[in-house]
Write a new protein. Structure first.
Length: 256
């Protein structure tokens, strides 16, 4: 009974923190929700001009191809960049209130998950524009969302915890994430990589999610082997992130 109450308390706390973050983000914002889709759409326009019109990359339905990968990538990068200063920005709360500090991470990632889900109608719009069949395999979408949530939460726990002790990590995260973008098959198809170098792509956990989302939205397929690998990566990284967080949590109030 006590354990159930604790779980319920943590769940309620995450929901309330996510609600608070949503209200703060869109307070006095005229465009509101539109901001969550303008960034990936503007990137899609730039990449379309560069790779489809100028370089003439031979990929069908290229805008749909792009946004199917860019939207889930935006969820990842928004959470990762915010995680660098998450505990620092909530230093007053951490010092004065006793609560599970990792709920700050989960609520932030949940907030970005919500924005990703709210952006999905744009993908369905382009599916209609390109006269593609409606992807019935989206029934498996919640499974992908759960595992990407675990992956992003795990990475965010690592970064938010370590950045309290190594403040240069924030800048390194920006550089590394920008590099990671180009070894994630977002602007190109993974099959375009020579076979002997393709393993580099598959060392990147986000590559699995980009490919899986794209297979569902464009090909109406779910590759179970990729899903299994994505799930394994997510669980492992979440476990590592949580262990790092727990090992350092007792010092948070001293260093924030």
């Amino acid at each position: 009974m006590i354990k159930n109450r604790k779980v319920q308390y943590i769940f309620d706390l995450i929901i309330e923190l996510a609600k608070k973050e949503l209200k703060v983000r869109y307070k006095n914002s005229v465009l509101g929700y539109l901001w969550s889709i303008l960034s990936p759409l503007s990137s899609a326009v730039v990449f379309y001009i560069a790779f489809k019109i100028v370089i003439r990359l031979k990929i069908d339905n290229y805008v749909l191809f792009l946004i199917a990968g860019l939207f889930c990538w935006q969820w990842y990068t928004n959470s990762i960049f915010a995680s660098s200063t998450l505990f620092l920005n909530n230093s007053t709360l951490i010092k004065k209130v006793k609560f599970p500090r990792d709920t700050l991470v989960y609520s932030m990632v949940l907030n970005d998950l919500i924005h990703f889900v709210l952006a999905l109608p744009v993908i369905f719009l382009f599916i209609a524009i390109y006269k593609q069949k409606f992807p019935t395999m989206i029934v498996f979408l919640p499974i992908l969302l759960i595992f990407q949530f675990l992956l992003v939460s795990g990475v965010s726990l690592i970064i938010s915890s370590l950045n309290l002790f190594f403040r240069d990590l924030e800048r390194l995260v920006i550089v590394f994430t920008n590099l990671l973008f180009y070894i994630t098959p977002i602007i190109y198809n993974e099959d375009m990589i020579p076979a002997k170098y393709r393993f580099i792509i598959y060392l990147n956990p986000m590559a699995y999610f980009v490919i899986l989302y794209r297979r569902i939205f464009i090909n109406n397929q779910l590759e179970y082997n990729l899903l299994l690998l994505a799930a394994s990566y997510s669980l492992l990284i979440f476990y590592i992130g949580y262990r790092i967080y727990k090992s350092l949590e007792w010092r948070f109030a001293e260093v924030v």
